[in-house]
Design a protein around this ligand. Structure first.
Ligand code: SF4
Length: 312
């Protein structure tokens, strides 16, 4: 078997205090045209190697003992970043890890690190749909309690154009299945993904899909063109137009307005966004819409995050 290459740490902002445990490297759906995982090769990590890392973490937590052959990053994460309560499974869609192996790893975490309160992962709709309802419930019992899923857009044409590999109905099905298993979800959508041409339908369909799933968390990112991706080439060839920073706020406001949640924490705190809002929906809907309307009305670029501070 090829040697497993430990992936770079790519994680949601809310996982900054987690321990980062790689089960995979890359993403199984490597076709999204805007993503820097585009064309990557998926690697599955051997379970014995994952076990060895969990053993090393347990030993260091208990006795501060450092084992030979264990990468320094493990000790660095424990000493400098980790809150000692949460684990984030890497990489781009660690939920693709086969059920029996994932179950084993979660059981092993439970036995060696019993103080862990939450295990979270990125997962695609395809990963969720490949698992049975019963399997998802078993994973939840083993403390897999949060799945981050990229919805990106609710519009089928846009989903097809960006190579997402699923339809909006499949995304909704995956969202409902995750919810039925009691696993919380954090969904992301991308402002500007429809370019200028498809702004209205992108926003409308995205708000509809978010509302149908009704997740615990939802977050907006803003389209950022990554060199080396097919979307970058389309942009350079004039086939894809980036929306303006102010128009990204118009999209954000429309999504907040058009979404119907029962109890969702909605934010645009990610560094790709031009303006950050956060709040509970529907409880703080009016306040969030007013805040966005006021920025849009002023049309003052100095109120927005400068381009050099943006990132994906
Ligand atoms: S599924 Fe997610 S991580 Fe994978 S290529 Fe698409 S956007 Fe990137």
């Amino acid at each position: 078997m090829a040697q497993f290459i430990r992936p770079e740490i790519i994680r949601p902002p809310s996982e900054s205090a987690s321990y980062f445990l790689p089960l995979t490297s890359g993403c199984s759906n490597n076709t999204c045209t805007f993503c820097n995982y585009y064309g990557c090769k998926l690697q599955m990590r051997d379970v014995d190697e994952v076990k060895a890392e969990i053993d090393a973490v347990a030993l260091y937590v208990k006795d501060r003992a450092v084992l030979p052959g264990i990468p320094n990053i493990i000790y660095h994460v424990i000493d400098h970043w980790w809150d000692g309560k949460k684990i984030f499974l890497q990489d781009g869609d660690a939920l693709v890890y086969p059920f029996e192996r994932l179950k084993y790893v979660l059981e092993y975490i439970r036995s060696k690190l019993p103080f862990i309160e939450q295990v979270a992962t990125y997962g695609t709709a395809q990963d969720v749909l490949r698992k049975s309802a019963d399997e998802l419930k078993k994973l939840k019992k083993l403390r897999l309690s949060l799945v981050y899923m990229g919805v990106e857009s609710g519009d089928d044409e846009i989903l097809q154009q960006i190579g997402k590999g699923v339809t909006s109905n499949q995304i909704i099905e995956a969202g409902k299945k995750t919810k039925a298993a009691g696993i919380r979800q954090s969904l992301t959508v991308i402002l500007g993904l429809g370019g200028n041409k498809d702004r209205a339908k992108h926003v409308e369909a995205t708000a509809r899909v978010l509302s149908e799933i009704d997740p615990e968390f939802a977050a907006a990112l803003t389209m950022t063109i990554t060199p080396g991706t097919p979307l970058y080439n389309d942009w350079q060839d004039g086939k894809f137009e980036l929306i303006s920073p102010m128009d990204s706020l118009v999209e954000l406001k429309a999504i907040v307005e058009q979404s119907n949640f029962s109890d969702c924490f909605f934010s645009s705190m990610h560094a790709s966004n031009y303006f950050s809002i956060r709040g509970k929906l529907p409880q703080e809907k009016e306040r969030m819409i007013k805040e966005l309307a006021s920025i849009i009305e002023k049309q003052d670029p100095s109120l927005l995050r400068p381009e050099y501070l943006r990132g994906l």
